[in-house]
Design a protein. Structure first.
Length: 266
């Protein structure tokens, strides 16, 4: 499980208070509880507003040593017409105290609007703005592109040039492909169904767990969609992040724990 982390989006969600958290569990201890049942959390709040360094330090202190946080980067950097002009917003976000998470700082997710089309020169200018570290702590960046124009080998070449991951999703409406571009893998699964106690059918959770294990070994699973068939960047082992992030969100914790169970537990 060291190389595979499975989690949810955030830890504050009202419906989880009757199907995930124990009855009358204190809201101020929800992160404590969630971080003992999943192995990573993707923080969505950082997309909407800057956090303070003390927030990151507190999250660090409330979670287990092997836990990881993925942070969704500020929308003020990605939701703009000219991405090359995002430098100030990127610097403000990166400088907001991320390093206070210390070793628990996982990838930084840069999510682009579904209407944002692939413009190679502007997109590369944006990638060049993303720093490789924050106060000496290495950063790993993930790109979530949601317009069909990104489904081209030219985009993959840029992601590989800058050693950035690209989100793998099971979305029925956004681009869904699994071409690897760096030495770690990042999944955002969005098709949980409310009528299923674990969000996904057991065989689907089996399949995602098997995919995660193949990627973690440095292999590639068969049957996943690709833009450009061919060898992925070589890797002896890969760290894999898998988040149950949308769909029937009330089922996300159960889906994540279902995958964790299939991988042998925490």
């Amino acid at each position: 499980m060291t190389a595979i982390r499975v989690g949810i989006g955030g830890w504050t969600f009202e419906p989880w208070r009757d199907n995930f958290y124990p009855a009358r569990w204190p809201a101020k201890r929800e992160l404590e509880y969630a971080s003992r049942h999943v192995t990573a959390i993707e923080v969505n709040g950082t997309f909407y507003s800057l956090m303070k360094p003390d927030n990151f330090a507190r999250w660090h202190d409330e979670t287990p040593e092997d836990f990881r946080f993925s942070l969704k980067a500020t929308r003020y950097a990605t939701n703009r017409r000219v991405l090359a002009e995002a430098g100030e917003s990127i610097e403000r976000f990166i400088g907001s105290g991320l390093e206070r998470l210390e070793a628990k700082l996982g990838p930084v997710l840069w999510q682009f609007a579904p209407t944002k089309k692939f413009e190679p020169d502007d997109f590369e200018a944006f990638l060049a703005l993303l720093p490789p570290d924050v106060r000496g702590r290495p950063l790993r960046h993930v790109l979530e592109v949601r317009h069909a124009s990104f489904m081209t080998p030219e985009f993959l070449a840029l992601a590989r040039k800058y050693r950035m991951a690209v989100v793998i999703t099971d979305s029925p409406v956004h681009p869904s492909f699994a071409d690897l571009t760096t030495d770690f893998v990042y999944l955002r699964l969005v098709r949980a169904e409310s009528h299923r106690p674990t969000g996904y059918a057991p065989e689907v959770l089996d399949a995602w767990a098997a995919c995660a294990q193949a990627w973690a070994r440095g292999d590639e699973p068969a049957g996943v969609p690709r833009i450009a068939p061919g060898p992925a960047p070589r890797a002896g082992e890969r760290e894999v992040y898998m988040f149950m992030i949308n769909g029937a969100k009330e089922r996300a914790p159960s889906a994540a724990m279902g995958v964790i169970e299939r991988l042998g537990g925490r």
